[in-house]
Design a protein around this ligand. Structure first.
Ligand code: COA
Length: 326
């Protein structure tokens, strides 16, 4: 088995910024409420003519430039998203084609906000097993198009963006361990009820908001804190490492209070956690690669650093990957 490392990172967020003050004009909320309950100040939202593949494409180009590689140098393209351009074909096919990468493998991963964590495990495995030399993994979302803009409990939370990493076969191995999990017994806690085969979209028959994101916020909050801690602990144990070995924790950016509660329990100091939730809100599968790309580009991450990527979301699903930066 060969090793794997990340040789390029990139990210992109749409130009349009929706700040808390703008949301105050939509429904009964306040900058103070949103900031204190979530840590969010702004989020980036797509324009009507931008789809998920457009954001993914920009992040992919950014990562290719960062790695000094051409689209044809990548053997497989994987997009983690909960809101693809179409039900099918896969958004990854569109991205690869628009990049000019001809005849390359391309597929999507859908496991909601855990998409990057699952995707990193799958794509790392493809490289470590010797199936492919280089794989691009992109987390890309346009959840502003899927939120119920009349529901103040969810409309404030979600933003759009994309982050990309390029994985390459290497003598050193950055992938130290993964812990993935799911519990599909209560899909109603966080879902879009209509639009799939369980309930195909028939707008005449839909109850209000059934084709938009619905979430039981308090239940999801408790689940998120619990699983962030458990997945981090389990992945570190598999890697044979202690919490004190962690140089950076890069969590899914769903709520600053969730992150703070988990960091406190894990006893990892705040300066070792990468947080950009104030700028982007919750960008689902894109949040971790955007945060990684920003941290790497800012020079925060150094070779040898141990990073824990940890995420959770719809499914319910969760996971953590322990990674040694090379
Ligand atoms: N502005 C003002 N008030 C709001 C509001 C808003 N945007 N959204 C909800 N409220 C109100 C509620 O209506 C409720 O009022 P009531 O007491 O009169 O009924 C009150 O605030 C408290 O609501 P609650 O849902 O208990 O708030 P909370 O402290 O749990 O915060 C979330 C709500 C959504 C921020 C929080 O539950 C959360 O972050 N959950 C997890 C979200 C998450 O991680 N999702 C993605 C997973 S990938």
């Amino acid at each position: 088995m060969t090793g794997v490392r990340i040789v390029g990172v990139g990210h992109y967020a749409p130009e349009r910024i929706v700040d808390n003050q703008e949301l105050e004009t939509w429904f009964d909320t306040s900058d103070e409420w949103i900031t204190s309950r979530t840590g969010m100040k702004r989020r980036h939202w797509t324009s009507p003519d931008e789809a998920t593949s457009d954001l993914a494409l920009a992040a992919a180009r950014n990562a290719l430039a960062n790695a000094n590689l051409e689209p044809g140098d990548i053997d497989a393209y994987v997009v983690a998203t909960v809101y693809p351009d179409y039900l099918f074909p896969a958004t990854a096919c569109i991205v690869a084609s628009k990049l000019g990468a001809v005849d390359k493998a391309a597929f999507d991963i859908e496991i909601a906000c855990s998409g990057f964590i699952y995707g990193l495990t799958v794509t790392s495995s493809l490289v470590r097993a010797g199936v492919y030399k280089r794989v691009m993994l992109i987390g890309a979302e346009t959840l502003s198009k899927l939120v119920n803009k009349e529901d103040r409990g969810t409309a404030i939370l979600f933003g759009d963006g994309a982050g990309a990493v390029i994985l390459e076969a290497s003598e050193q191995d950055s992938f130290l361990a993964a812990e993935l999990g799911s519990d599909g017994s209560k899909p109603e806690l966080l879902r879009v009820a209509a639009g799939g085969s369980r309930r195909p979209v028939d707008h005449a028959a839909l109850d209000e908001g059934a084709d938009r994101i619905y979430m039981e916020g308090r239940e999801v909050f408790k689940f998120a804190v619990t699983k962030m801690i458990a997945a981090t602990d389990a992945a570190l144990a598999k890697a044979g490492l202690a919490k004190s070995d962690v140089d950076f924790l890069i969590p899914h950016q769903a709520n600053k209070r969730i992150i703070d509660a988990a960091m406190k329990y894990l006893d990892i100091p705040a300066e070792r956690c990468v947080v950009n939730i104030h700028e982007y809100g919750n960008t689902s599968a894109a949040s971790i690669p955007i945060a990684l790309s920003e941290a790497v580009r800012a020079g925060r991450v150094k070779p040898g650093d141990v990073i824990v990527f940890v995420g959770f979301g719809g499914g319910l699903s969760w996971g953590a990957v322990v990674w040694k930066w090379a």
